[in-house]
Design a protein around this ligand. Structure first.
Ligand SMILES: *Cc1c(COP(=O)(O)O)cnc(C)c1O
Length: 715
């Protein structure tokens, strides 16, 4: 024990300052000691601020903070976190230092994405695309890759979801305050904000940028909310994918063209431009303008230059999902920009047309990105096939390459997604260094060995995580009902059982994800849920896009089932799905259900977050699961194949879903041997951990991007 008298108040003040600095680096969100340190300062405030520690520090005075650090236990915690942070930031012996020297020398990877899912306190994402961008960024930091992310500062972001008394989704868009978020204004040497501009229509639109620090890398968010701008330009970036098509193209002009200009103004010269989905593809036109209008390069040379540096990842396996703009809209917004290099907008339309001669074809951002990138990739093997077929006219027929669009299967940033309880469990079992071994299959192989971890220990972990989720759900339900002034608080104490098989389903409520498939035969669903001997419970969460009424009907249907008196304690629709709710759901659920209409789930990532918590996937063989499933590490719903007719597909998939749950999942979960432990189930869990964790993580994914696309980008 440290002796109490050894801490002076001035030492405590200094340490207090250091931990406040660390609060401005989201590194803390994937370090369990930092997470615990902040939470312990004021568990209730931490919970109420949705883990936003900058907002929490508004309520803890410097005086209190220093005083609290006079406690030797708190002081040891704080010092430990500060040391880990310094070591992390100073580390020279990184993966990139060994494997990506060229990038270290030539300039960073600039990763452009319309959304980034980084933390529950930053609502600048809508779903999996943003989560992927955030996880890519965190792994870039962990691997020591020179990297900068580029996106937009959505002041209201993506909405907060409330479920009305009628079960219909309501959206709230509270304004965020940049001063209460981990943001720093990007400034020049004299401390003045760096301001750049783009032209939209006839207006000059200026913007500054906010920086978010994530370990060793950063992300900049462009913000047009400046006094000198016309009101609608000040407000056009307030919501993620908000507004009409003119807002959409304007946002994309700021992201792509403005993003390059801000990087230049900051003195940053990327060696790779990675477009995560087509929203940022205008960046290629800005590079063209720099080369042709400023550097007087010839057209052919300019295009060659751009194609050597740009990398494109597509995510959308349906033609309708890609941004398309009419020639009129392009002229209305981009005519002035075009005159730097061209006479008229009509001269750039061919970059966005599959058939350059077809004057009726709108301008497609995906086509632009494919035409001006060195490589295009999908996010799973099946998705690469579907995308290659969809865009085959853009590639030379004779090349003999059946799949010109390659793939790198998505992953997740495992330490960021691991609940604190599970994180500590693995620290004990695998050592403090476990997050640095994600790309090492041999490291995870040990989990298959019951001598290394006993069934009883694994089962205890499942109990801890299941209870944590259930307590979170009950608290949320109480808050939810308090808002409508109905239901006495006590009613929720029996919702869900810690002994029952718990199924989780949470993601965006896009129609193709078929959130209601489990209830497509309500009687069969009820029979499963109400079995008194082998009870099953299911928790749903997810937001529907504000303009997607079909998604909202799905939510309403689920809410209606959850309100049936018999099902009340067994079916929950948890409102306001976000990263925090997601982390709890993937950790507490025994089975993660995924039943998209194949092949529309390009990859999917939520199921990848469960393995580290001992959860199992039951999924259609689509996206990542088609590759991840090996017959013993979870369950497949249906075959590696699907009928053409949608009705037939839905009917068959529902049938297969019920069969898997009734005949495989439930019997295995409830077959208990010595000590009441389900041994076969836990063997499946071990095997899932050993096979899935070292594969479906973003360290492996970013390493693949570096090897396959970033390093190869120059001839
Ligand atoms: C992981 C995650 C997603 C992606 O889920 P999918 O099942 O891949 O669609 C979406 N939203 C949040 C908050 C997530 O954590």
């Amino acid at each position: 024990m440290a002796s109490q008298s050894s801490i002076t108040f001035s030492e405590a003040t200094e340490i207090a300052r250091d931990i406040k600095t660390i609060a401005y680096n989201l590194w803390w969100t994937w370090n369990v000691d930092a997470r615990d340190l902040f939470r312990e300062l004021s568990p209730q405030t931490y919970f109420r601020c949705n883990h936003n520690v900058i907002a929490m520090f508004e309520e803890i005075s410097d005086q209190e903070l220093a005083a609290r650090l006079l406690d030797p236990i708190q002081m040891d915690r704080a010092k430990n976190v500060i040391n880990q942070y310094r070591d992390y930031m100073a580390e020279k012996n990184t993966w990139a230092n060994k494997h990506a020297k060229e990038i270290m020398k030539n300039g960073p990877v600039a990763y452009f994405s319309a959304e980034f899912g980084l933390h529950e306190s930053l609502p600048i994402y809508s779903g999996g695309l943003g989560i992927l961008a955030g996880d890519h960024t965190k792994s870039a930091s962990d691997l020591g890759l020179p990297y900068i992310g580029v996106s937009l500062y959505y002041r209201q972001g993506y909405f907060e979801q409330r479920i009305g008394p009628d079960g219909w989704q309501q959206e709230e868009f509270p304004n965020t305050d940049p001063k209460k978020l981990p943001l720093e204004l990007v400034t020049d040497e004299s401390g003045e904000p760096i301001v750049a501009s783009v032209t939209i229509g006839h207006s000059k639109v200026t913007f500054h940028a906010w920086r978010i620090n994530l370990g060793r890398v950063s992300l900049i968010l462009l913000d047009t909310n400046r006094e000198e701008n016309e009101l609608h330009y000040r407000e056009m970036i307030s919501q993620v994918y908000g507004g009409d098509i003119t807002t959409r193209i304007s946002q994309e002009i700021v992201l792509g063209i403005g993003g390059v200009r801000m990087l230049r103004a900051m003195g940053i010269s990327p060696s790779v431009f990675h477009m995560n989905e087509g929203h940022s593809a205008f960046l290629t036109l800005e590079l063209y303008r720099e080369l042709v209008a400023e550097q007087k390069k010839k057209e052919k040379e300019a295009i060659e230059w751009i194609r050597q540096r740009c990398v494109f990842t597509t995510h959308t396996p349906v033609p309708a999902g890609h941004d398309r703009f009419s020639e009129d809209l392009m002229r209305f917004t981009l005519q002035k920009f075009c005159t730097h290099c061209w006479q008229d907008v009509s001269e750039i339309m061919h970059f966005g047309r599959v058939d350059p001669e077809n004057k009726e074809e709108p301008f497609c951002m995906t086509v632009l990105a494919i035409k001006l990138s060195r490589s295009t990739n999908g996010v799973s093997e099946l998705h690469s096939k579907v995308s290659s077929e969809m865009w085959k006219d853009l590639f030379p027929k004779k090349s003999g390459n059946k799949h010109p669009i390659g793939y790198i299967t998505n992953g997740v940033h495992v330490p960021g997604w691991t609940s604190s309880r599970a994180y500590r469990f693995w620290q004990n079992k695998l050592g403090l260094d476990w997050p640095n071994n994600l790309d090492n299959p041999a490291f995870w192989q040990r989990i298959e060995d019951p001598e290394f971890i006993s069934d009883e220990e694994l089962w205890a972990l499942r109990y801890i995580l299941r209870r944590e989720l259930i307590e979170f759900v009950r608290t949320r339900l109480r808050q939810q009902s308090a808002r409508y002034g109905n239901n006495p608080g006590g009613t929720f104490d029996k919702v869900l059982s810690t002994d029952a098989l718990t199924i989780g389903f949470a993601r965006r409520f896009a129609t193709y994800k078929r959130a209601t498939l489990f209830f497509s035969n309500p009687d069969r669903a009820r029979k499963i849920l109400l079995d008194p001997h082998r009870p099953v419970q299911i928790i749903f969460a997810g937001k529907s896009h504000p303009r997607d009424d079909q998604g909202k009907r799905f939510i309403q249907q689920l809410v209606t089932f959850a309100r049936e008196p018999e099902l009340f304690n067994k079916v929950v629709f948890l409102e306001n799905y976000d990263i925090n709710a997601g982390r709890l759901l993937v950790s507490g659920s025994d089975v993660w259900l995924n039943n998209p209409r194949r092949p529309l789930e390009a990859s999917g990532t939520s199921g990848q977050k469960t393995a580290i918590h001992g959860g199992l996937n039951a999924s259609i063989l689509d996206g990542w699961w088609r590759e991840g499933y090996d017959g013993k590490n979870g369950w497949a719903i249906g075959e590696d194949d699907h009928p053409d007719s949608l009705e037939e597909q839905d009917r068959l998939d529902a049938e297969n879903l019920y069969d898997v749950i009734e005949n495989q999942v439930i019997p295995e979960f409830y077959s208990r041997e010595g000590n009441g432990v389900p041994r076969n189930w836990l063997n499946r869990v071990r095997h899932a951990m050993a096979t899935l964790i070292p594969q479906y993580n973003t360290d492996r994914m970013v390493e693949e991007y570096v090897r396959k696309y970033y390093l190869n980008n120059k001839k």
